[in-house]
Write a protein that binds this ligand. Structure first.
Ligand SMILES: CC(C)(COP(=O)(O)OP(=O)(O)OC[C@H]1O[C@@H](n2cnc3c(N)ncnc32)[C@H](O)[C@@H]1OP(=O)(O)O)[C@@H](O)C(=O)NCCC(=O)NCCS
Length: 267
């Protein structure tokens, strides 16, 4: 049976996420993340009957992004694969929303499951990691200003609130009164994660600007569409590709060219 999740399911959801190695913030093990998905989208579980009663064996979520139902998670325990649970979870989550998208993992069953519901592969979202460099020549016209969620000029204010609770820095790039871009950066000691960035300017300049606001030589991890000039810049700086997902959307979803960094789960 597929049903909406409640906080009573969070332990079971965390156990399933952990089986697949998702034990970081902004995954199924993170209660704040699960509340965000439940509050701003849908969170559902797949449950099977056993001798000891119903057991949760899968979960999935969606949030709203770019006018589409964005699939944040879709996991079924391996011993229950191939019984239609993943497909039914996905159907329950997207409901009658015709615009759908996700960042698909490389698991062999993931892409076919999304394709069955009309989402076609578009481009790679690359996970890149490397040392922060200050490239003064690229940022001479740009000023980076830390802002509060109330001053947030980007889309998805709920994400600014979510990450701000984790001590994020919210940055306006460019003139504070008329910013050309916005970025959200979290950190753990000397390791920074650029979670999301939009700009109406040049992507590489925006990436260089955010790096200029962070300590040189600290580590930076980020998630960049393969077509973005920001990816070219980070390749030039010898950033390592840790992994990638495949952006899958229905034909009517437009991801604007202002998107420089998109979070793999929350977009
Ligand atoms: C993706 C996943 C949720 C599918 O769950 P599931 O319950 O096995 O899915 P279903 O039984 O509904 O099958 C859905 C489709 O997946 C495909 N599929 C299932 N198992 C497959 C396999 N081993 N190889 C290739 N395709 C497979 C089939 O196309 C199937 O459609 P069909 O029934 O018309 O043949 C599950 O495999 C999973 O948890 N994978 C690991 C976690 C993961 O990577 N999730 C995706 C995150 S983006």
């Amino acid at each position: 049976m597929i049903r909406s999740a409640t906080p009573a399911d969070f332990d079971a959801i965390a156990a399933i996420a952990a089986v697949y190695g998702f034990d970081e913030p902004d995954s199924g093990v993170d209660v704040a993340y699960l509340h965000l998905v439940m509050r701003t989208g849908r969170l559902a579980v797949a449950e099977v009957r056993t001798e000891v009663g119903p057991v949760v064996v899968g979960f999935g979520g969606t949030v709203d992004s770019f006018g589409a139902a964005m699939v944040t998670d879709l996991f079924v325990l391996e011993q229950f694969h191939g019984r239609g649970l993943g497909g039914r979870l996905l159907q329950h989550l997207v409901g009658d929303r015709s615009q759908r998208m996700t960042f698909s993992s490389n698991h062999p069953a993931a892409l076919p499951t999304y394709q069955r519901l009309g989402m076609q592969p578009r481009w790679r979202l690359r996970y890149l990691r490397g040392g922060i460099r200050h490239l003064q020549h690229r940022v001479d016209v740009v000023e980076v200003v830390d802002v509060s969620p109330e001053m947030w000029a980007g889309s998805r204010r709920e994400l600014a609130h979510h990450w701000r609770r984790r001590d994020a820095r919210l940055l306006h790039i460019g003139d504070a009164l008329d910013p050309t871009g916005t970025a959200i950066v979290t950190h753990d000691d000397r390791s920074w994660t650029l979670q999301r960035m939009e700009t109406r300017g040049d992507h590489a300049t925006a990436m260089a600007s955010v790096m200029a606001a962070l300590p040189e030589r600290d580590a930076l991890t980020t998630f960049v569409p393969a077509w973005s000039h920001a990816a070219t810049l980070l390749d030039d700086l010898d950033f390592e590709e840790l992994d990638h997902d495949v952006c899958c959307t229905t034909a009517d979803v437009v991801i604007p060219s202002t998107a420089v960094v998109l979070h793999p789960a929350l977009a």
